[in-house]
Unconditional design. Structure first.
Length: 202
């Protein structure tokens, strides 16, 4: 190979190298123009997840009926709804002081207004929605904070209550007698009211 041919081949290789480097530089500039001036998109903020609604637990007693009645009626054709404000009912015969029975129950505010469990004074009647809870007609408002941990229930809120009461076990005929847990609520603004009932055998 002559010196001239060798020089031409070497020059051709250099030119190819310059073209490749030039192309890479141009490509880098183009990519920078397209992407370099932009900030990476910020990740969209995660939507706040709603707290899981706490369900009423199954009861450990023989249930005969549970329902809620709302006035004015909220159910087409009737004012009785299946289900009640009560769940997780347990009873222990003679397990309390003075031979009383121990009753444990969950109470969940299924309404869209807050309720107050304690006794409401007349002066508070237009501001507070009272909820009277009773067992077999016996008012459970006394010591409600100690029994349930609080006396105000927000919509959807659930509390567990534990009280010592005399429950019904057997009637005169020797058959099991029914116990009735009842929550009676009144809405301060207006004439709306509700009664939730849970009937069971202990």
């Amino acid at each position: 190979m002559s010196h001239t041919q060798s020089h031409a081949t070497h020059s051709s290789k250099d030119n190819t190298k310059y073209y490749v480097v030039g192309a890479l530089v141009v490509l880098a500039v183009i990519l920078y123009v397209i992407f370099g001036g932009r900030e990476a998109p910020a990740p969209a903020p995660a939507a706040p997840s709603a707290p899981a609604e706490e369900p009423l637990q199954p009861s450990n007693v023989d249930i005969s009926k549970g329902y809620t009645v709302t006035r004015p009626s909220v159910v087409a054709g009737g004012d009785k709804q299946e289900g009640s404000f009560f769940g997780g009912v347990k009873c222990a015969k003679d397990a309390g002081k003075d031979g009383k029975d121990v009753l444990e129950y969950q109470l969940k505010n299924m309404a869209d207004v807050p309720f107050t469990l304690r006794s409401v004074r007349v002066s508070e009647g237009k501001e507070i929605n009272p909820l009277r809870v009773s067992i077999n007609g016996h008012n459970l408002r006394k010591d409600v904070v100690e029994a349930c941990g609080k006396d105000n229930l927000a919509p959807g809120e659930l509390v567990t209550c534990k009280v010592e009461v005399d429950l019904r076990h057997f009637g005169p005929t020797g058959k099991k007698s029914e116990n009735v847990l009842k929550a009676e609520g009144r809405i301060a603004t207006g004439s709306a009211s509700m009664v939730s009932v849970f009937k069971f055998f202990c």
